[in-house]
Design a binder for this molecule. Structure first.
Ligand code: ZN
Length: 138
């Protein structure tokens, strides 16, 4: 097993100072995979596969990049776009799953989820994320 340890150590040395994985890379990876699968059903699907391949190349480039500040900023911008979408799906899921117990609201400013027990009536919710206050009826 010595060779495996050496391999792991070499890889660690190789990755030192490089960016590695983040949420944007994961999203790119999943999207390119999805694109490949979906496009395989269409006659001109190879175009989609080509795009998927380019996205994959971009993912690999980002992973091994040494410009971590830039990659970090890219990921930050991506999360700013993605988080409201993610929160909305989470809100939908919670609203359906716990519809008898609670009501869920999305902060109009930062899209963070707040839960209020059902039947509370009119409430002023203070967002835990951005301290924004908004009125709702639960
Ligand atoms: Zn907020």
């Amino acid at each position: 097993m010595q060779w495996l340890q050496n391999l792991a150590m070499n890889f660690q040395r190789f990755m030192a100072g490089r960016y590695g994985g983040d949420q944007l890379n994961l999203a790119l990876l999943l999207f390119s995979f999805l694109l490949t699968v979906v496009c395989s059903f269409f006659p001109y699907g190879w175009i989609g596969s080509l795009v998927a391949l380019l996205l994959l190349a971009l993912t690999i480039f980002r992973m091994f990049s040494r410009n971590t500040t830039r990659r970090f900023a890219e990921n930050y911008r991506f999360l700013k776009l993605w988080n409201p979408v993610k929160n909305w799906f989470q809100w939908l899921w919670l609203s359906i799953r716990y519809c008898k117990k609670n009501r869920y609201f999305l902060c109009p400013k930062c899209h963070r989820i707040a839960s209020v027990p059902k039947g509370t009536g009119h409430v002023t919710i203070t967002c835990k994320g951005c301290k924004h206050k908004y009125d709702k009826k639960a």
